[in-house]
Ligand binder design. Structure first.
Ligand code: GLY
Ligand code: MN
Ligand code: MN
Length: 463
């Protein structure tokens, strides 16, 4: 946990940004897998963690924007739970650690909210993303399930985004801790990417490294030699010579800050010529995008820069043709790079995505594109010091998409479909790093994870 003053300051800043009313933060509850007592790994809600820091189920927090009083609603555990879980600190002692003096039993929350609503006070909530939270809110707010959304407050969303998008030193330390675990996860994966090994063996080991370092993964491991499928969670193939293994995996720090790293390894330990050519294009896009990321720059422009490098590289290989800038403007590059350059990262791997991507990555002036590919860009707005971003260009040969566009004659002035045909067995490449926007530019977070051809082959061959 950070020191109490950090949480107090965050809640104070939040109160200053919201005009009036009650800001309600329900913590997450346990979630059952296959019967009530057999629960999934517990994960606290990130907004609750940010403002109230307590990492367990059955708690809610309130910031009162009018009185300036913060309250935690929760209960001490009783003897039955002590027998199964061991002794736990008192809720009042835990609340003190995050600078909250007022603690009430959870059963008071419904009544307190009822009273506030009856006095005509506004209750602000963030968009709930779990069914059980919606049901809990329905009870707490004495309303119907389909009316819970009426309490979602755009004012509160905006205030939370403005605070959470700028990371302080303590948060950066946490993220770097998570990236350093990812270093171990990814070098482990590289060393295992040899023919005859099952993807599930590598994926299991990668997740195990995360757990063994004290933290769960920040999202389910994406690992496959079918890297052309962007988020491939199927790990049932045996690795084969000639394929590229895409590993997209990250960990969480003790305070639940994420890392999100992708590396691509040649199965067998050596890139062949064709793989090297494609890999170098993605690497250049990754490194140039990092160089271009700085305060005052629109992330959308960094995305387009990466797209132009990809289109330019593909043109050099004869896979694309025509004017590179025109091709990117038209959206032709999206056949090979059908996703955005990256997203914010923090307590969530896609930071604050639960508050709505358009509320996080877009604003009044920067609106989301409707063009295929660019429309998937999660964050387009201006970069500011303190933002943490992922830089994750990729280049993929997706047979179904190639066949579709070819049959539609789409972008035939920019794409050499005949040559592309011979890459349908290629798979994909993605290279992802996590960066901090600084006052002048940016820096890559954590221990540098091997990413040049020489570095990756070096790790794989114990050089
Ligand atoms: N790990 C998912 C992503 O890179 O967005
Ligand atoms: Mn990723
Ligand atoms: Mn990512």
């Amino acid at each position: 946990m950070f020191e109490a003053g950090i949480y107090q300051k965050r809640r104070e800043s939040l109160r200053q940004k919201v005009s009036s009313g009650i800001l309600l933060f329900p913590g997450n509850n346990e979630s059952s897998m296959n019967y009530a007592a057999n629960t999934y790994h517990y994960r606290q809600d990130s907004n609750f963690l940010y403002f109230f820091g307590l990492d367990s189920a059955g708690i809610a927090g309130i910031c009162d924007a009018d009185t300036g009083i913060d309250t935690i609603y929760g209960d001490d555990i009783e003897i039955d739970d002590i027998i199964w879980m061991g002794e736990q600190p008192k809720i009042s002692d835990r609340a003190a650690k995050v600078g909250v003096k007022q603690v009430k039993s959870f059963k008071n929350l419904q009544q307190d909210l009822k009273e506030a609503l009856s006095k005509g006070r506004k209750v602000h909530i963030l968009p709930p993303y779990r069914g059980d939270t919606v049901i809990q809110l329905k009870e707490l707010l004495s309303t119907n399930v389909d009316k819970v959304k009426d309490f979602v407050s755009q004012e509160l969303i905006k205030a939370v985004v403005a605070l959470r998008e700028i990371k302080d030193e303590g948060e950066i330390k946490e993220i770097e801790f998570a990236v350093d675990i990812a270093y171990k996860m990814h070098t482990t994966a590289m060393k295992m990417a040899f023919p005859g090994t099952w993807e599930r063996e590598v994926a299991g080991m990668v997740e195990g490294v995360s757990l063994a370092n004290g933290a769960a993964v920040s999202f389910p491991v994406i690992l496959s030699m079918d890297g052309q499928t962007l988020h491939n969670h199927y790990h049932g193939n045996m690795l084969k010579e000639g394929r590229l293994m895409v590993t997209d995996a990250g960990s969480e720090s003790p305070l639940h800050y994420a890392s999100d790293i992708t590396r691509t390894s040649p199965v067998g330990g050596k890139f062949d010529q064709r793989q090297k050519e494609i890999y170098e294009i993605v690497l250049k896009a990754n490194m140039e995008a990092i160089k271009a990321s700085a305060p005052g720059i629109l992330n959308r422009d960094v995305h387009f820069k990466a797209a132009e490098i990809i289109a330019g590289g593909l043109k050099d290989l004869g896979l694309m043709k025509g004017d590179v800038k025109e091709a990117v403007k038209a959206g032709a590059h999206a056949l090979f790079f059908p996703h955005g350059l990256g997203h914010m990262m923090g307590l969530d791997v896609h930071d604050m995505e639960g508050l709505g991507e358009n509320n996080v990555g877009y604003n009044e002036t920067i609106k989301r594109s409707t063009q295929f590919g660019t429309a998937y860009l999660r964050m387009a707005k201006e970069l500011k010091p303190g933002m943490v971003m992922t830089i994750e260009p990729g280049l993929y040969f997706i047979p179904a998409l190639i066949d579709l566009w070819k049959s539609e004659g789409k972008y035939k002035d920019f794409i050499n479909f005949e040559k592309v045909e011979s890459y349908k067995d290629f798979g994909g490449v993605r290279i992802e790093d996590d960066i901090l926007i600084t006052s002048k530019g940016c820096r890559v977070l954590g221990k540098a994870i091997p990413k040049t051809v020489e570095e990756v082959e070096g790790v794989m061959n114990d050089v």
